[in-house]
Design a binder for this molecule. Structure first.
Ligand code: ADP
Ligand code: MG
Length: 609
């Protein structure tokens, strides 16, 4: 057999890496803002157009780059922030992987203008799809201006799957909030389509929170401070009476980096226990400072999870400190700080009337197109191929993707000409009943079975609800279920999309639901769980702020019904999942934006030997 393995050209490798680093415009915003902060900027301006789809620009007054550094900064694994692996355990910067700029430049049109303090003249670079198309000297101020245009211009599948501007803008604003809150001493300006959204002068944390969330916030803040040998905690919690139905303002920062941590979140919740109503969420802005060596920042670029060495001690301390602060506040009124009218900036974003988010859908999609005679078969087993993903399997025999050919009867012949043999399944196996391992052209891929299936079901439900009616399975005996009045009201509010998904209600009023049909493929004994989860998900999210009702519904149903971790899968089932996953519009992340798969390059494996 001739040798078939080739090294991927850099621009392809960069594009693959970009898939991990850049999920949406907000990811670019985060990376660029963080670079500006690492460059010690004191003023940062963010300009976006069309929710970042057309333009994202970050202007900083930081240290800038020399001409050589400017050129190097777009190479993969080019970073000024760490030198040895040891540095990873003592991070004081936001970035360290040296991947962001290379990734962004692989999938957008990028212009960089930069100048260091002592240079007379600056450098301008233009890069398109990883290729430097121009480099020249330029007159520019000290600092860096990065302009990113036409994101995903060369990956239509990703571009098409971007959500509505409202939703993408919400993500950008979320990232902006996180960065701006963590750095009150830096001044930030943000413009969207030419109009100012935020104008935040350098200030202290309290003023920054008020600048971001509005002047009414000031009176709601209860300060929290405590210091032990392990950790220093500062920040604010919102008074219990301002707890919200939706999870709104909840921020943890560790060493000034925004993180999510369910365990510490729980510590805060438990401090509020008895003070807030059921199903409401307290607000908090908490800053933890600890020795970088006692934490493990996940090295994945987009992850915000973190592990602590002294988790239990931190939990106990956080809970006690917040309880103490809340107790103090209830006996002694908190002093309002003096209002400085200078920072009462217009927060135009808040005043805007919300626009109903829309979902971009493929209107030509017909789940039954390929197999009309067999409409009862689960429709989500029939999807189109995704060429970008197919490419990962080029050169492999018996790939799971080759199975698509048999299923879809849409043999194009190009990639799989000589693979019309039966799948031997040699290329996949299951690990710990949790991951599906699959060989790909340049290495291997690990797929999280539960998250992958969530992604598949989510897209399927979303399509059913927005374009096609889902297939319903009639029940011989209608299911009668009791709910509280308010739960029935919640269900009534989503009756229409539920019917499109395949539910049929005979009765849905007072405290009763009588269900005579359910989406095909759902075992009827699961229905109670599915509806209960749905109700709680709907009550915890505020549809108009980010996602539409359909989206929440699809997410919730997908979560309830996806194959669980711990389920053993036959080779055929494994291949089915891979096949369906790659037919999805966004196979790399689950509906809640967690990674669905990782690829490990042959190179990385080789390096271990
Ligand atoms: P990382 O931040 O992980 O080092 P990036 O790809 O984001 O990787 O950036 C690569 C390098 O480019 C950085 O290490 C830094 O030296 C330089 N750089 C990027 N953005 C800026 C900026 N705004 N100002 C100065 N230097 C920058
Ligand atoms: Mg960076």
């Amino acid at each position: 057999m001739p040798d078939i393995i080739q090294l991927l050209p850099d621009h392809v490798a960069n594009q693959i890496a970009a898939g991990e680093v850049v999920q949406r415009p907000a990811s670019v915003v985060k990376e660029l803002l963080e670079n500006a902060i690492d460059a010690k900027a004191t003023q940062i301006k963010l300009v976006v157009k069309d929710a970042g789809k057309t333009l994202i620009q970050v202007i900083d007054d930081g240290i800038g780059m020399s001409t050589t550094d400017a050129r190097l900064s777009f190479e993969r694994h080019a970073t000024s922030k760490i030198k040895t692996a040891k540095d990873l355990f003592n991070l004081h910067t936001k970035g360290f992987r040296g991947e962001a700029l290379a990734s962004i430049a692989a999938i957008a049109h990028v212009t960089l203008k930069t100048k260091t303090q002592d240079a007379e003249i600056g450098t301008q670079l233009i890069i398109e799809g990883s290729k430097v198309t121009s480099q020249e000297a330029t007159v520019t101020q000290k600092g860096t201006i990065i302009t990113v245009k036409n994101l995903f211009y060369n990956i239509p599948a990703r571009r098409n799957f971007l959500k509505s501007n409202t939703v993408e803008m919400r993500h950008i604003v979320d990232e902006f909030h996180r960065v701006a809150l963590a750095h009150p001493q830096i001044s930030f300006i943000m413009l969207n389509n030419g109009s100012p959204v935020f104008n935040l002068p350098a200030s202290n944390l309290r003023q920054r929170i008020v600048g971001v969330f509005g002047s009414k916030t000031n009176a709601k803040l209860v300060p929290v401070t405590e210091e032990t040998d392990i950790v220093k905690v500062t920040g604010f919690v919102l008074k219990p009476e301002f707890a919200k139905k939706s999870r709104g303002e909840q921020f943890f920062f560790v060493n000034n980096r925004f993180i999510k941590n369910g365990y510490l979140h729980h510590a805060v919740l438990s401090a509020f226990e008895g003070l807030i109503k059921d199903r409401t969420h307290p607000g908090y802005f908490l800053f933890l400072e600890l020795n970088p060596q006692s934490i493990d920042i996940n090295i994945h670029p987009t992850k915000t999870e973190i592990k602590f060495e002294n988790e239990h001690a931190i939990y106990a301390m956080l809970r006690a400190t917040i309880k103490h602060s809340l107790g103090q506040f209830s006996i002694a009124p908190v002093l309002d700080f003096e209002k400085d009218s200078g920072f009462e900036t217009p927060y135009e974003y808040q005043k805007k009337t919300p626009v109903a988010p829309t979902i971009d859908v493929d209107r030509t999609f017909n789940p039954f197109r390929e197999d009309t005679s067999n409409a009862n078969k689960k429709s989500y087993f029939k999807k189109e191929k995704n060429p970008a993903w197919e490419a990962m399997y080029v050169g492999l025999k018996n790939t799971p993707v080759s199975e698509i050919e048999f299923e879809s009867e849409e043999v194009t012949g190009s990639f799989f000409d000589n693979q019309q043999t039966e799948s031997s399944g040699k290329n996949t196996f299951q690990l710990q009943n949790k991951y599906i391992v699959s060989a790909i052209k340049n290495g291997m891929m690990l797929i999280h079975q539960n998250l992958a299936h969530q992604r598949i079901l989510y897209e399927e439900f979303l399509k059913n609800m927005t374009i096609e009616d889902g297939v319903s399975q009639q029940l011989l005996f209608p299911l009668v279920m009791d709910f509280s009045k308010s739960e029935i009201v919640t269900l009534q509010s989503v009756k229409e999309p539920l019917e499109k998904a395949g539910f049929l209600f005979n009765v849905l009023e007072e405290e009763t639901a009588e269900i005579s049909g359910i989406p095909s493929g759902i075992p009827s004994e699961n229905i109670a769980n599915v509806l209960n989860r749905l109700i709680s998900d709907l009550q915890n999210e505020v549809p108009e702020t980010s996602f539409s009702v359909n989206d929440i519904l699809a997410k919730s149903l997908a979560k309830s019904l996806a194959i669980k971790t711990g389920t053993s899968l036959s080779t055929q089932e494994q291949e089915h999942i891979i096949h369906q996953l790659f037919a999805c519009k966004e196979p790399t992340v689950c509906p809640n934006n967690h990674k669905v798969l990782v690829t490990i390059e042959a190179k990385e494996i080789d390096a271990k030997f």
